[in-house]
Design a protein around this ligand. Structure first.
Ligand code: TRP
Ligand code: SF4
Length: 532
């Protein structure tokens, strides 16, 4: 999948740094897989690979531009993003933005889901238009749950989301199966994707059931749903397993656009690397050095002749292909311009765009070159004309990624292994017991622990403190960490404290769940599916 020109994600990602309070040794025992599979059970053992192999950007790169960052951001639990800068900017400038995430109702909501609930609620409190959806179609088609089971679990997710503070009057909650507008959008998006793409992204094959395929298109619609009324920066808070969905949705957002906007230097098309090369030469060559004081394509080609790919910092192939194109264009002057490419525009929209471009322009069959517009002006104009002509004008959705919690028994936290997780509906005493019997990063003996300190970075109990039990109190989280690694804290007492806090949290949460029952009944959301 290519990064498109309308990709407004920033490219200012910095070198990998160990995030505050959580090092990347924070996941359990040596699994080495980085496959991102939305329906698999893979864990992520090395978050660095997600940056290198999948192009997820580090959250640290955008953190300074986030106003009052959430503690999950400050502590490095939220470690990655795609294009979040744009959302942060909207937040800072008081402009509209949205947040959306979805929950597959396949079991009880647990403390891992709480991360996403909290992320949504935080964005809502920052002024975002916030959506929480129940992915019931996905649960039915990809996991085979019955509608009765789905109804039960959906209720449980919604109650916890409300209990944690989601404002249902300000925000939107929906079930995929009940949302007709969503279905319509999903149908439109489906026309821009094909099956072989699904094969390569998701490993679908001839045995994949068709409704499962449909549920993916539905998720694409979920992700773009907040933009149905008007385009706005949107963040999708999820675990990194959902990244394939995010990438596809970002692609589809672009494919739906009427016009693409790129920069060009002459009448012909350059690919991204060629364009950068020509841009660089345009910046450095002096027109005064050439015949009639103007820089022509052949001149740039000649300049390329005198330099090695190494000097230019690009591969030989790019140099050769750029040179061939420049030679072919001969005496055509090199002049920077923005180019509007016709992707899905109707004829009326294309004509409307021509009319709307100020200044010098040149109209071709499938594109228009404009000489007096900046790239930003051009992007804005393209979106305006699209919207005036019944297009959606989607902005590429952004995402943020949180680390998976380690299971209390080590390994993956899994809904199907009760001892590995704490359900938000667990009896508080059971929650207490689970913490008490959790694996730790402690040493074999107390003496050794005092001498060498505990391994907080590998400790599921420390994760509980960092992800949940410390709440907004960074000082407390830091204190636990430092006392642990400094050997002042021993696991027995540490677990006792965590278990107490967990019990209190569960008691309080469950009270709030009860209070939320009433709210839930008032919501405009079908609690009992009419499906069978
Ligand atoms: N596929 C997600 C999961 O497995 C659920 C989901 C559906 C979702 N639609 C979404 C997540 C839109 C984020 C955004 O949990
Ligand atoms: Fe984990 Fe606490 Fe033991 Fe440190 S002292 S290893 S944080 S249980």
């Amino acid at each position: 999948m290519t990064r498109d020109d309308t990709d407004d994600s920033d490219d200012s990602s910095t070198e990998f740094d160990t995030p505050a309070l959580l090092s990347d040794g924070g996941t359990a025992a040596g699994e080495d897989d980085v496959a991102l599979d939305p329906w698999g059970s893979a864990t992520v053992s090395d978050y660095r690979k997600l940056f290198e192999e999948f192009g997820i950007e580090e959250f640290d790169g955008v953190l300074p531009s986030v106003p009052n960052p959430h503690y999950l951001m400050r502590r490095g639990v939220i470690f990655g993003n795609r294009g979040y800068r744009r959302v942060a900017e909207a937040m800072r400038n008081g402009e509209p933005f949205a947040a959306l995430s979805g929950f597959m109702p396949t079991g009880e909501p647990h403390i891992g889901h709480k991360l996403v609930f909290d992320e949504l609620i935080w964005h809502q409190q920052q002024g975002g238009d916030t959506y929480g959806l129940i992915a019931d179609l996905e649960a039915h088609s990809a996991r085979g749950l019955s509608w009765a089971e789905i109804d039960q679990h959906s209720r449980d997710y919604l109650l916890s989301l409300l209990a944690l503070g989601f404002d249902a009057e300000e925000g939107t909650l929906y079930r995929q199966s009940e949302n007709r507008e969503l279905q319509d959008l999903s149908f439109e998006l489906g026309s821009k994707a094909n099956f072989s793409e699904f094969q390569s992204i998701y490993g679908f094959d001839g045995e994949t059931n068709v409704s499962h395929v449909q549920s993916v298109v539905t998720q694409m619609a979920d992700i773009l749903y907040p933009q149905l009324d008007e385009p706005k920066p949107t963040v999708i808070p999820v675990g990194p397993d959902q990244d394939p969905h995010v990438r596809l949705a970002r692609d589809l957002a672009v494919r739906m656009r009427f016009f693409g906007v790129t920069k060009a230097y002459a009448s012909f098309e350059l690919d991204e690397e060629e364009r950068e090369l020509v841009a660089e030469l345009y910046r450095t060559l002096d027109p005064a050095d050439f015949d009639d004081d103007s820089l022509r394509c052949v001149h740039v080609a000649q300049a390329l002749d005198g330099m090695t790919p190494d000097e230019l910092g690009v591969d030989a192939e790019t140099v050769a292909s750029a040179k061939a194109k420049l030679d072919e264009a001969g005496m055509e002057p090199v002049r920077p311009r923005v180019r509007f490419l016709d992707r899905n525009a109707t004829e009326e929209a294309f004509d409307a765009l021509i009319g709307a471009i100020d200044g010098e322009k040149r109209v071709f069959d499938e594109h228009i070159d404009a000489f007096d517009l900046t790239r930003e002006e051009a992007e804005e104009l393209a979106r305006e004309v699209e919207m005036e002509n019944d297009g959606y004008g989607f902005i590429m959705p952004s995402s943020i990624y949180h680390r998976f919690m380690t299971g209390l028994t080590g390994g993956k936290m899994s809904s199907s292994v009760p001892a590995s997780h704490i359900s938000l509906m667990d009896d508080p005493e059971d929650g207490y017991d689970k913490v008490k019997s959790a694996t730790t990063g402690g040493r074999e003996t107390a003496e050794l622990q005092r001498e060498k300190g505990g391994k907080a970075d590998e400790c599921p109990v420390y994760e509980l403190y960092a992800y949940l039990l410390s709440g907004d109190d960074d000082e407390f989280a830091t204190k636990v960490y430092e006392e642990c690694v400094g050997g002042e804290r021993l696991c027995g007492g540490c677990k006792e404290q965590a278990a107490e806090l967990m019990k209190e949290f569960l008691e309080e949460h469950q009270e709030k769940r009860e209070e939320a029952e009433e709210l839930l009944e008032e919501l405009d959301i079908q609690l009992k599916s009419s499906r069978r």
